[in-house]
Design a protein. Structure first.
Length: 95
């Protein structure tokens, strides 16, 4: 039987790291490991930035606005993109 490890993070004290896409930064909260292949990140987009996630992602908008081909989501908006969708998302206001 595998036991999951408890994990807590104070994101206010974590640094943001750049990504290959201009204006997109992330905080890696939980990297993939032997317990779970998924990773959890906070991602922020600068105003006008675009983001094309290659892995499947689940998005909860905390602030600002996030736009997909299906429309825009504001604070408390939830979206999911399947892996390999190739969809380019964006944020006019930043998020």
């Amino acid at each position: 039987m595998t036991t999951k490890t408890h994990l807590q993070r104070d994101t206010s004290s974590m640094d943001w790291t750049g990504t290959p896409e201009a204006g997109v930064e992330q905080q890696l909260l939980s990297p993939p490991d032997e317990q779970d292949a998924a990773r959890t990140s906070l991602v922020r987009l600068a105003p006008g930035a675009t983001w094309s996630p290659t892995d499947g992602v689940v998005v909860l908008v905390v602030e600002g606005e996030w736009t997909t081909v299906r429309g825009s989501l504001g604070p408390a908006g939830y979206g999911r993109l399947p892996a390999g969708s190739g969809e380019v998302t964006s944020s006019v206001l930043g998020c």
